[in-house]
Design a binder for this molecule. Sequence first.
Ligand code: KMH
Ligand code: ZN
Length: 279
Amino acid sequence: MEKLIITCAISGAEVTKEHNSYVPYTIEETATEAFRAYRAGASIIHLHVRNDDGTPTQNVNRFEEAIKAIREMCPDVIIQPSTGGAVGMSNDERLQPTLLDPEMCTLDCGSVNFGGDEVFINTENDIIYFSEKIYERNILPELECFGKSHIDQVMRLYKKGYIKDHLHFSFVLGIPGGQIGSERDFLFLKDSIPQNATYSVAGIGRYEFALAELAIKHGGHVRVGLEDNIYIEKGILTKGNEELVQKVVSLAKKHNREIASPSETRIILGIKERQNENM
Ligand code: KMH
Ligand code: ZN
């Protein structure tokens, strides 16, 4: 089976230090959490940035500072900035980190309720706009799908040429208001994407490790991190992103899946080919 790509979503935009004190806010905290996740086995860092007071921001200068600090501690890790940002941000605000030409970024492929009155809005025209901006810089988008209808949306836009190969999906399951992360849901989603596509799972809260183990067994890839889940086991807060990644590594060992390094991840996802095209 293909080596396992572990992505670590180290901070997100919603979770705070009140939820778990390891959530990074400052540049130094962000770089340290990224380094610890990388040291444990993550080859991709899914990156949101915060102001020092913890408020989420998509400010390009803040991203630049964070990426520089991460690069100093782990030069070869793949940095995948979020273009989702936080609920309520404008499209151009959200797209700012793409101006830094990262190797990857997220592309959110549909709208979803985020609990209470919050709706994370990604209309079809928004997705087309984001796609144009992302592909024009030859960045590989990770296709964030919060349910099956988002996969269908991707495939419609793929047929029309807005979304292009390589297709790398992320099934983000368990958002309050989105599709849940049961085994049945997982199997349905993984069987709904083209054979030559790759996928990663991001289980929210209690779904994190159950989905991780399913993906490991079925040849998929895994995302964990404080953005998605703050517990190492039921009722026990994790001591940071490193511990969450370590738990995935031990699940991978149990199922005889080797862990992909950043350079192996670049080959699996076709990032290497894109870099050659850019030269
Ligand atoms: N914070 C959410 C509103 C992404 O990173 O692309 C959006 C999000 C998805 O986290
Ligand atoms: Zn995110």
